[in-house]
Design a binder for this molecule. Sequence first.
Ligand SMILES: [Zn+2]
Length: 305
Amino acid sequence: MNWLTNFVRPKLQALVSKKEVPDNLWHKCPSCGAMIFHRDLEDNLHVCQHCGFHMRLDPMQRLKMTLDAGFQTIELPKPVVDPLKFRDQKRYTDRLKDAQSKTGRPDAIVVAHGRIDGRPAVVAAFDFTFMGGSMGMAVGEGLLAAAKLAVLQQAPLIVVPASGGARMQEGILSLMQMPRTIIAAEMVKEAGLPYLVILTDPTTGGVTASFAMLGDIHIAEPGAQIGFAGARVIESTIRETLPEGFQRSEYLLEHGMVDMVVHRREMKGMLSRLIDLLRSPGPGADVVRIPTEPSRPRPVPVKGR
Ligand SMILES: [Zn+2]
C-alpha cells in the first residue's frame, strides 16, 4: 500500500462511480399512474394526493396512524406449525419462512394496545404482504388474544382486516378460525365493549364471512374491495356482467353493507367519536340495565315458612 492506492484511488473511484440511488424513493400510484415522492406519500398517509387512491398499508403504519404515540404491540401465541405437512409447488413451511423473512413478523397479524386521542383501545391490524393476509391458525390466535386483551383492559377492539381469506395451506384448520374469530368478536360484545371494523383493501373470503362483518359499526376505506368471492368468479358463475364499482366501499355503502366510508386522514377522529358514542351511557341508561351475565333462574319462594 502506498499513497497512490490509499489516497488517489478512492478519490478517482468516487469521481467515476455512480452515486447509489435507492430505487424506492418514488412510488407510482396504481390508480392514476402519478409518480409520488416517498416523503410526500408518508406525509399523506399513503393516499395519492392526485386522485385520492388509498394504497395498502403496513400494519405498523396502520397502528401508528390509529393509536397515539407510545402504543405497545403484544406477543401472540404461537400455534403448531404446519400440522398437515402441506405441500403444493412449495412446502408450506418454506412459504412461511419466506414470508417471515420478507416481513420480519411471525404471521399476518399485529396486535397492539394504546390510546386513540386518549381513549384506551386494542387494535389488530392485518399484513396483506404476509401470504395475502390469509387467516390461518396464527391469525385466529391473534384475534382471540386481541379480544381477551380488550376485555381485560375494558377497552374497545378495533380490527383492520386486509386479507384474501382463509389460508388454504392450512385446510380445515384455517376454516376453523372462522367460528373462533366469531367467538372473539362475541367476547368483546358480551363484555359490553365496542367492536369496530375498518374494512380495507382487500377484505375477502373467509375473513368477510366471519369476524369482519360482525362489527358494531363497519367503516370502509375509500375504494376498498370488500366481498366474499371475487368479481371474476361471480361473473363466470352467473354469466352476467356485474355493475360498475361492484364490491367497492362506495357501492357497498349505497347497498347497506357498510355504515360509512371514511378517508384515512379522518379515520382517527372518527374512531374517537364512535368510541365516545358507543361508550356513553345515553339517555335512559339509568333505568335500563343491560345484563352482562346470562340471567339465572330466580329462586322460588318456599311457601308455609
Ligand atoms: Zn393517484
